[in-house]
Design a protein around this ligand. Sequence first.
Ligand code: DLL
Length: 445
Amino acid sequence: MWNAEMETMPRPQLEKLQLERLQATVRRVYARVPFYRQQFDAAGVQPDDIRGLPDLARLPFTRKSDLREGYPYGLFAAPLDQVVRLHASSGTTGKPTVVGYTRRDIDLWAEVCARAFGCAKGQPGQVFHNAYGYGLFTGGLGMHYGAEKMGLVVVPVSGGNTDRQLLLIQDFKPTIIACTPSYALTLAEAMRARGMDPRGTSLRVGILGAEPWTDAMRAEIEDSLGIDAIDIYGLSEIIGPGVACESVATKSGAHINEDHFLPEIVNPATGEVLPWGEEGELVFTCITKEALPLIRYRTGDITRLDPTPATDGRTLARMGRIVGRSDDMLIIRGVNVYPSQVEAALVHLDHVTPHYQLVVRRERTLDELEVRVEASEDFFRHIGSEALNEDAGIDNAARRVREQIRHTLYGTLGIQTRVRLYAPNSLPRSEGGKLRRVLDERQRP
Ligand code: DLL
């Protein structure tokens, strides 16, 4: 463990520390950020009202729209002469979300990312292949500083240029790789295509995140690359990667660095705080940051929390997989569908690969979910490309596989879907960054 004292702290002691830090942060933002002063005043709550951790629920939420309205520096709690770094997340519409770090924030970030390398059983001297993007995205630089702090040998390759990635993996012999889960699959495929044995490299552990993935996808990645794959979670607004990371020893959910980021789960519709274990939207309060200590930030990510200590002694609460985003949940003919449910169902089926894409359309007044999935190489060779044409043949193997997928999806999702098989390697791949798997073509009112 990188920081055994904090990572195994008994909960009563942790809560005491959290309360002290929360109180200091609330006082700080009230004094320094006009936005928070107005929000707290409007909600009728003052810093001195925070006497215990449950009082956190009295504070108003912060949303992405608040960051956007304060663009670029409106919510900063430190003057720019104390800020040493900016990052930004692109966002699909309009201006990016800007986040800032003081020198101490950068140290804190390196600390929580070093814990992630501890979770991966990293040791000084091991080579670390960092395939998260460097730049405004937080993935590359966050992991970079954490790895250097631990004393790993960092290869700052960044995302993309898959051929060069393979060359460096062969020659530099890294044991740890970090990238998105979809890019891990791209790398495995590219190795196979070039006659390399994906299971035969020096890689031992993958620290994968920045996009949703499932345990079924983990099995697929571990099997194809011959590595252990662990989940790392984070978001720019809170710090970037390192908000939480799973331990390779237990693979039982990502431990949230609760001594710095106070988690809550709320009902996404009402904002009501839910008890440990219930599924809802993850909300974070930064209790040690200087430049951008967000209060009760609504992540939009849907998951659940487990406060019970893990079998390896880590006591920090664990989060489940992100099952979806409150704004990514598809509502199809009144039924809530998360892309992760489709993925979990597809990974277990024969004759198809885990490469898929979802397209939602409105046919006259009815929503239709089209599930595009690639046939496996073997199956494709067997059926031939003609068979992918849905109008060809009355009863053929491709049609039977499509029917089977439809049937399985109906069982998991409870809605009828339209399934289309694609030739191997024809659906979009991650080229290093996050992969967008859902195309919602419905016109919004
Ligand atoms: O993706 C930070 C990061 C970099 C995390 C590298 C892990 C590794 P953003 O670009 O701001 O930051 O995107 C944050 O990505 O709210 C989630 O919806 C999603 N996300 C991040 N990690 C995971 C994960 C980085 N492990 C948004 N599982 C978050 C599922 C994840 N979703």
